[in-house]
Design a protein around this ligand. Structure first.
Ligand code: F6R
Length: 602
């Protein structure tokens, strides 16, 4: 999981731009970084372990000269974070530099062969085989593009790479197989990057690179061809995200900004449906009970909420499974009658991609729901829908979660409508969801107070029932991933089967009391933990006096919010709680340790 960038300009030194682009891709990984600039007769590389700001200072990166260059921000997969393992990597003579995102599965064999042929390796990475393979091809007399083309044919695994060479000083050649890659086009320069925010400040004109394609940037020309040498014509697309949308807009952290953008984000999600997506709805409705969601992490929690919502409003039975288990547990049972619906904000999660590919191999119909235009899963699935929540930079998913749930709710209601069920009133309420979410932003103050109470606890437990269950799981995930406090979400009904043993005097228990039939049972579950001394923090419909009396703190949610709409508004106080707890503990919620925004390795 890394970010790669490249810039080619006729006019100016590109190093400052490369550094600023890397900063914008830090959410893809941030354990090491580096820059390569093409200079007469050589490629100069500066890189190290650490975050980009420190490396920039240490090596004076922005003062490096050159009009063609590459950059890389790393999240280690092969080889621990270190100077030698940081990218760019080079050939034996230092004439070539390569940045890579992904994994080269056959690098051990390739490295062994290259070493036998006399190549000298400096790192423990899989990537380093690439510049050495290109070196051999250039020595055979191929030009840079042909050398890259011959090299990528030897690589197994997933990669997006960008390559420069001092022998071809006015070119960047990049290739994609399984990892994202996009070109930016402006009057002054051409850009290549793993993701659009890297160059959004410079241009919103983009060209998406597809699977197994090579792109050559020269002067102001962009040439694309397939690994098999077929020329590809691709139109330039204009992206409507402004640079400001991808920035913090005055908030201390992206996460807080993204929490508070949720009313707007889900408004966009609803607007984008245009009352349509009928191909997807028809696929769901005509399917005879072999419906599966597949997703990871927060997206998995969104599908779990989706499962309850489809069942409750349309009587449609979806199963859901985490992507990392899907290939073992579900794929062998799939047939052309099955429908597999993948949900991933990034569209790049390796486990989700693999599940979708394997589902296709079994003949299943496939649907992808994502926030990232042109992302990998959109190119695998038969049908695609987008959340249009805007870029999410904070590593912890917030607005993409609520927009995923919103889109799934819309699809559930549309399916119910096609089945002839009465849903007019529910659609009317769905339209009000942005308003309901706006109101939950007032829970911020109480969340700050409660964060002070829980910040020094070692364990926090979350319970919920029905649609409140996925909210409890998600609340726990948010807290653990950014505050590093042990947090566990469990179905409240399961408590007496074991977890109740963990509750003692002052243990914080967060109880998600969503509207609907589970409310009464939740009263019993809260009593159970209270009797063992738990400090109860509840989220409940406004006016539920019983819950308020039993709780030390209560987040009150508008009573108009119906059960089927509740997961999105009910998660907001828990996103705040996680955020403020992390901040009080002196942590940066945007960059939790050991985690990265898109998990592109299995
Ligand atoms: C948690 C979080 C992760 C992601 C998971 C899947 O806040 O963001 O758990 O939800 O890595 O990512 P996507 O949705 O991109 O497939």
């Amino acid at each position: 999981m890394c970010g790669i960038v490249g810039v080619i300009s006729k006019e100016f030194n590109v190093a400052p731009l490369i550094v600023s682009m890397l900063k914008k891709l830090e959410y893809r990984g941030y354990d090491s970084a580096g820059v390569a600039l093409v200079q007469p007769g050589k490629v100069v590389v500066k890189k190290d372990r650490g975050v980009i700001d420190d490396i920039r200072e240490r090596y004076n990166l922005t003062k490096m000269e050159g009009k063609v260059g590459l950059g890389h921000t790393r999240w280690a997969t092969h080889g621990a974070p270190s100077h030698k393992n940081a990218h760019p990597h080079q050939d034996c003579r230092g004439e070539i530099a390569v940045v890579h995102n992904g994994i080269i599965e056959n690098y051990v064999e390739l490295k062994r062969e290259l070493v036998i042929r006399g190549h000298l390796f400096k790192s423990e990475t899989d990537t380093e085989v690439i510049p050495h393979l290109i070196e051999e091809k250039l020595a055979e007399g191929l030009d840079l593009k042909e050398a890259v083309k011959e090299t990528v044919k030897k690589l197994k695994g997933s990669f997006a790479i960008a390559v420069v060479s001092s022998k071809f000083p006015h070119k960047i050649v990049a290739a994609k197989k399984g990892s994202p890659l996009v070109v930016g086009v402006s009057e002054e320069a051409l850009f290549i990057a793993s993701d659009i925010p890297a160059f959004l400040q410079q241009t919103n004109k983009v060209i998406f690179i597809s699977e197994e394609e090579i792109v050559t940037l020269t002067g102001n020309k962009v040439e694309i061809e397939t690994f098999n040498g077929q020329k590809v014509k691709r139109t330039i697309q204009t992206i409507n995200w402004t640079y400001e949308m991808a920035q913090k807009s005055g908030y201390p952290h992206f996460m807080l900004k993204e929490i508070e953008e949720q009313p707007l984000a889900i408004k966009e999600t609803l607007r984008s449906t245009n009352g349509e997506l009928m191909e997807i709805v028809e696929e769901i409705v005509k399917n005879e009970g072999n419906l599966y969601f597949v997703a990871s992490g927060t997206s998995y929690h969104a599908t779990l909420a989706g499962k309850y919502i489809f069942a409750k409003v349309a009587g449609i039975p979806f199963e859901t499974m985490q992507s990392s288990e899907f290939t073992e547990a579900i794929v062998p049972t799939l047939s052309p009658k099955s429908l597999v619906f993948a949900v991933s904000q990034s569209g790049e999660t390796a486990d989700t991609k693999v599940s979708l590919k394997k589902a296709k191999e079994r003949g299943a119909k496939t649907i992808a729901l994502t926030n990232v235009l042109g992302s990998s899963i959109t190119r695998i699935a038969d049908e695609v829908c987008y959340t249009y929540a805007g870029p999410e930079i904070g590593v912890a998913a917030t607005k993409t979660f609520t927009s995923q749930i919103t889109l799934l709710t819309y699809l559930a209601l549309k399916s119910a409508e096609v089945l002839g069920l009465e849903v007019e009133e529910k659609f009317r309420k769905l339209k009000k969801l942005p308003q309901y979410l706006s109101k939950t932003l007032t829970t911020s103050n109480l969340a700050q107070r409660i964060a002070k109470e829980i910040k020094s606890h070692g364990d926090v437990y979350f319970i919920g029932r029905g649609v409140g269950y996925p909210v409890a799981l998600e609340g726990a995930l948010k807290l653990k991933e950014i505050s590093y406090i042990h947090a566990e979400g469990t179905g409240a009904g399961e408590y007496k089967h074991g977890p109740l043993a963990l509750i003692s005097e002052n243990t914080p228990v967060v109880a998600v009391v969503t509207p609907g039939p589970s409310q009464t049972k939740m009263v019993g579950n809260i009593e159970e933990v209270k009797a063992r001394g738990a400090k109860v923090i509840s989220i409940a419909p406004e006016g539920n006096k019983k819950i308020e009396e039993m709780s030390n703190f209560t987040f009150k949610i508008n009573r108009e919010v119906d059960e089927f709409l509740s997961p999105a508004p009910y998660i907001v106080p828990l996103q705040y709680l996680a955020y403020y707890t992390a901040v009080l503990r002196g942590l940066n919620p945007d960059k939790p340790r050991n985690l990265a925004k898109s998990v592109t390795v299995e």
